[in-house]
Design a protein around this ligand. Sequence first.
Ligand code: ATR
Length: 265
Amino acid sequence: MDVYGLIGNPVGHSLSPPMHEAAYEELGIDARYVTFEPPADAGATGVESAATLGVSGLNVTIPFKQDVLDAVEPAPLAERIGAVNTVDFATDPPTGYNTDAVGATRALRDHDVALEGTAVVVGAGGAGRAVAFGLADEGMTVDIANRTEAKAHDLAEEVPDATGHGLDALDELVAAADVLVNCTSVGMKADRSPVPAEALHADLGVLDAVYDPIETRLLRDAAEAGATTVDGAWMLLYQGVEAFERWTGEDAPVEKMNRVLRERL
Ligand code: ATR
């Protein structure tokens, strides 16, 4: 039996185990997906231990996404993002991927949002970093807007074809944009949006990385403006789909994984 898992602290609330185990069941793969919660300073040690124990693959979450870089050979995108959320132990040293970036781009594509033109990424934390690099990799021009403007400028210096802004620039930026992704926590468990509703328009594809609630204020405002909306569960789904496909080499049963994920959200 193959063992996959998630390493994080805390990991108790994770939706990854049911999502991945549904995929194993659907495809008849003899595997389990378990959670590991090492002490907060033991991310790299945890990955090394997993390799020793013969674990096949690990997802990585807070607070270990940077630390585990010391225990893997990062793929080019993960190296540029500076964070790993998926480890494949089929290689020695294990390979570190960042499937958060691809999770966002696949979620948008799946909803027929063309990854062309200009994208506005709101937020310059871990999620904002991954999404900004992911969209730039697709050839988009990226405007990064963040509450702490200096962080947006710092990130924009690393991302090709990107510019940093404060949140006060959002009206103007969003009006001219093709794609908008919220990578802040604004809207999580609260009826708030980081983007002024008046700026939203029908030619926009809007992804909200927040998935609690599923329909955030931003997505409601975007739907009212006639935009194409993509909720955060799609991003969560596709980062898992991408990890599954890296590990097994098989096409993931996306519909089944999506159904199981949404039943639990
Ligand atoms: P994650 O890894 O999920 O991206 P993070 O690294 O803590 O989490 O980043 C949180 C992001 O949400 C940041 O961009 C943060 O802005 P600051 O850099 O200014 O802190 C943003 N954020 C959090 N609360 C916010 C709020 N009330 N208004 C605007 N932005 C907020």
